[in-house]
Design a protein around this ligand. Structure first.
Ligand SMILES: Cc1cc2nc3c(=O)[nH]c(=O)nc-3n(C[C@H](O)[C@H](O)[C@H](O)COP(=O)(O)OP(=O)(O)OC[C@H]3O[C@@H](n4cnc5c(N)ncnc54)[C@H](O)[C@@H]3O)c2cc1C
Length: 400
């Protein structure tokens, strides 16, 4: 006989988005289970682990010492022909975390709040029942819930099954990273390398982990691993930084560079995090912005379970997360599109003109790693930026 179990909510996927939403639901006094296909939370990892300290604070997340590998105070941006600018605000802005340990810590935290987590448990699909529940397809027992939170990450297959739009293939960029030791870098700053010969549509990075170790990575529209190997060997700055580097391990993933999907709710089913395309297109970072939407999701689901009988309607999630994030995400997407529209010469002009545009002062005054819209708007209002933009228009890439 097949065993039947009923929960208030089922969360698909034990990444940060799923665990943050589940934590809220349990804290609000409801029964919630997280189903994770892998045997261990956080594994296999794919992320560079750069998370803003203010963003985490807003989510009430203060990671313990063992999760934090480093803290950095800014980023050096390298233009294609070797000009560079340092973007910083004179304070330590971001944690570099070990994502396996970070996710596992989020799992412990959710467990302590009363969330049940089952690993090695892949959800294959689901169906609605006449009494307003959802039933999950699993090879094991039958599981029912009134609310489903889809937090399955960038692969996002389940949401399509309930008629919601999925993150399009063209927004998914293959990424590859190495963890290396023996590097010669400034351990307080991240380095970002732009240029068509390095990556098409994105950039390459070196993220210091302290003690001469770093994560070196790239995302690109194509051939990310080959491009990373070539950049490490031939890019004059990278090659110098990495000349004595020993590769400890390599790992890949999918970086999302696009807009959120058009609809994220259908009845009692909602989508969060990468599965909904809730990421910063400028960097592919999704932990904080995805977590912000997930926290909202957890609260809306809790409120609906407390107040509604029968079938749940979770539409408030859509309006609430969009009013918190949509404008910012859209602005970052447009900025990313603008950056990738420039040829290498255009990017050189922009980096060379950054001082003139007042970029560094604007960042000092208004910079926020997660909500970059304010900086972008201030730049666009600056007459010097308009002049520089006009000057650089001749470098717009004719092939885009
Ligand atoms: C190379 C790279 C570097 C990055 N660097 C950063 C960075 O520095 N900072 C940052 O903020 N973001 C970064 N990101 C993005 C970040 O990793 C994601 O935005 C974040 O992990 C999204 O969290 P999530 O919970 O939505 O999805 P995920 O973390 O992908 O979690 C989804 C979970 O769902 C599980 N799952 C999937 N399908 C099923 C199923 N059918 N049944 C059960 N379980 C399932 C998966 O196993 C996984 O555990 C990076 C991404 C990549 C690829």
């Amino acid at each position: 006989m097949v065993h039947s179990l009923i929960h208030d909510a089922i969360v698909i996927g034990a990444g940060p988005s799923g665990l943050i939403a589940a934590d809220r639901i349990a804290k609000n006094g409801h029964t919630v289970i997280v189903l994770e296909e892998h045997k261990r939370i956080g594994e296999p990892d794919h992320c560079a682990g750069l998370l803003s300290s203010t963003g985490l604070q807003k989510l009430d997340l203060i990671p313990p010492k063992e999760v934090i590998q480093n803290m950095v105070y800014g980023a050096r941006i390298h233009s294609p022909s070797g000009h560079s600018i340092l973007i910083e605000r004179g304070q330590r802005e971001a944690f570099v975390v070990d994502r396996k340990l970070f996710d596992s810590w989020l799992g412990d935290r959710a467990h302590d709040s009363g969330v049940q987590i089952l690993t090695d448990y892949k959800v294959k699909g689901l169906r609605g029942t006449p009494d307003g529940h959802y039933s999950i397809d699993t090879p094991r027992e039958e599981r029912f819930a009134r609310a489903i939170i889809d937090a399955e990450g960038s692969r996002c297959q389940i949401s399509g099954g309930v008629g919601l739009p999925q993150v399009p293939r063209q927004s998914k960029y293959p990424a590859y990273q190495y963890e290396v030791s023996g590097v010669d870098i400034d351990e307080d700053i991240v380095e970002m390398f732009y240029g068509r010969h390095i990556s098409t549509g994105f950039f390459s990075w070196i993220i210091p982990l302290s003690d001469g170790r770093a994560r070196v990575g790239i995302a690109s529209r194509d051939r990310s691993k080959q491009r990373l190997n070539a950049a490490m060997k031939h890019h004059p700055v990278m090659q110098n930084r990495l000349k004595n580097a020993i590769i400890e391990r390599g790992f890949g993933g999918i970086v999302l560079v696009g807009l959120p999907v058009k609809r994220t709710v259908a009845g009692g089913f909602l989508v969060v995090g990468d599965a909904a395309g809730i990421v910063k297109a400028t960097t592919g970072g999704g932990v904080v912005v995805g977590g912000t939407a997930s926290k909202i999701a957890g609260d809306i689901v809790s409120e609906a379970i407390s107040n509604q009988d029968g079938k749940l309607i979770l539409d408030k999630y859509e309006s609430k997360w969009r009013s918190a994030l949509q404008r910012e995400l859209q602005t970052m997407y447009l900025a990313q599109r603008a950056i990738t529209s420039f040829s290498d010469r255009g990017l050189d002009e922009l980096v060379k003109g950054a001082h003139e545009m007042g970029l560094l002062d604007i960042v000092k005054k208004e910079g926020d790693m997660d909500m970059q819209g304010r900086v972008i708007f201030s730049l666009l209002k600056n007459p010097k930026m308009i002049l520089l933009g006009l000057k650089s228009i001749r470098y717009l890439n004719p092939f885009l």
